[in-house]
Ligand binder design. Structure first.
Ligand SMILES: [Zn+2]
Ligand SMILES: [Zn+2]
Length: 437
């Protein structure tokens, strides 16, 4: 496929063509990705778009123009040494930056334009019309409360964060299949009751179950909230139904009655098993008896199950923290430092995650990299200075006037004199040799 192809497609649709489809999931977006991956030899370009999630969203979730947090842009440049515009900013439902708690900007502060995603002059972090840098330092007084946005932010962040590690993504049938399975697992015979329980309208649910339509992004978020999970959990957690509270929902439920002896055996097995400990709630659901009955009859066994699962959860958190710590220490040991973001990309860890667990180590890596860059700059200057000095002395000995022209003829990088520093350095040496300037 050629670039020209895409250009043609875009110009055919004329001015009405919506560029935002590029970060979204249209056919064009797919072509563009394949094209860019082909040109760059990278296979991760797809993760800079929402394409992988097209199966679960029925319409474009991506906003039609660029949006940005000026404080983030500034700090990317200052602290990470690399500027990028995170995909999270382009999600329609996301209105604020959760780090700085300010509204995302969508108008250039200098020329007042809204900025399209595709533009021949586009430089990340700058306005493509007037080349204004979009970052800002300083602080904003009126911070916005994250309330209401928090759940939305968490959901999209999670989807973006897990995408690179997944082998497959849900297809168009996924949500329909999920709802059918859930309805069966929660034992709802009537669709109407299921719709009341989910808090969605009947006909909508009917179409979703029959896979004739899929829920809007807002509806999907509503479902997740109702089920006490995230969108990602909907597609990843096989046992999600075990988490769902139906107890306070008024309806007749067929609860299988187990004998107290059966319950004891079940609890005992769960408490002393060697495999991954389950929560008490899950054990009871799987066993088909109520938690209250279990706790009343077997306080010791149920407590043991709860302790096991709490300890397990704590340990896996500690393990993750330890793993990240080791990775960061490995990074600190590298002979030639790279930026924090580049390093973490190699290990598949996000900067946010690393900073959440080990802010100090991250800071050390950033500092070390800055220092390295500064030293490299000095080395580079010193290297060229030595070369210039050597050439001047050589010409001087041969009684040739060390003009820039003469030096340029022999120096390894003639363009170096575009930097005024080296021209001043040449003059300084000439002076010390007694030349009048
Ligand atoms: Zn920000
Ligand atoms: Zn502008």
């Amino acid at each position: 496929m050629e670039n020209v192809d895409i250009k043609n497609k875009m110009s055919k649709r004329g001015n009405t063509y919506r560029e935002y489809l590029m970060n979204g999931f249209s056919v064009l977006s797919l072509e563009l990705i394949q094209n860019i991956e082909l040109l760059t030899g990278r296979e991760d370009i797809q993760y800079t778009t929402m394409i992988n999630w097209s199966g679960i969203f029925n319409k474009n979730v991506v906003y039609h123009k660029r949006r940005w947090c000026p404080l983030c842009l500034e700090s990317f440049q200052k602290d990470l040494g690399i500027v990028y515009e995170p995909l999270i900013w382009s999600i329609s439902d996301i209105k604020i930056c959760d780090i700085h708690q300010i509204t995302l900007k969508e108008y250039c502060p200098s020329c007042g334009e809204k900025l399209a995603y595709i533009h021949s002059n586009l430089v990340v972090g700058y306005c493509q019309h007037c080349f204004q840098w979009l970052g800002e330092s300083g602080s904003y007084d009126n911070k916005i409360s994250l309330k209401g946005q928090n759940f939305i932010l968490e959901n999209y962040k999670e989807l973006l964060e897990v995408a690179p590690a997944l082998y497959s993504f849900p297809n168009r049938d996924y949500i329909g299949d999920f709802l059918n399975k859930l309805r069966e697992q929660l034992e709802f015979d009537s669709i109407r009751q299921f719709s009341i329980f989910l808090g969605v309208n009947y006909s909508g649910l009917y179409y979703w179950l029959n896979k004739e339509r899929s829920p809007d992004p807002e509806k999907l978020l509503h479902l997740a909230q109702k089920l006490g999970c995230t969108i990602y959990e909907i597609i990843s957690n096989e046992d999600l139904y075990l988490k769902v509270e139906v107890d306070d929902f008024v309806r007749e439920r067929q609860v299988s009655r187990k004998s107290v002896k059966e319950i004891e055996n079940y609890l005992r097995e769960a408490a002393y098993t060697n495999s991954v400990p389950k929560s008490l709630k899950k054990v009871c659901k799987e066993g088909g008896f109520s938690r209250t009955v279990a706790q009343q009859n077997y306080p010791y066994l149920t407590q043991l199950i709860m302790d096991n699962s709490a300890l397990y959860r704590k340990n896996s958190f500690t393990q993750r923290k330890k793993d990240i710590e080791n990775t960061l220490k490995e990074i600190l040991d590298q002979e030639i430092p790279k930026s924090l973001k580049k390093n973490l990309d190699d290990y598949g860890i996000s900067v946010r995650t690393a900073q959440k667990y080990h802010p100090k180590l991250c800071q050390m890596i950033i500092k070390r990299y800055k220092l390295y860059i500064a030293e490299e700059k000095i080395k580079r200057i010193k290297g060229y200075e030595d070369e210039i000095k050597g050439i001047i002395l050589d010409l001087h000995r041969k009684d040739i006037y060390p003009s820039i022209y003469k030096i340029k003829k022999v120096i390894s990088k003639p363009n170096i004199f575009l930097e005024s520093h080296f021209e001043s350095y040449r003059k300084q040496i000439l002076k010390s040799l007694g030349y009048k300037l």
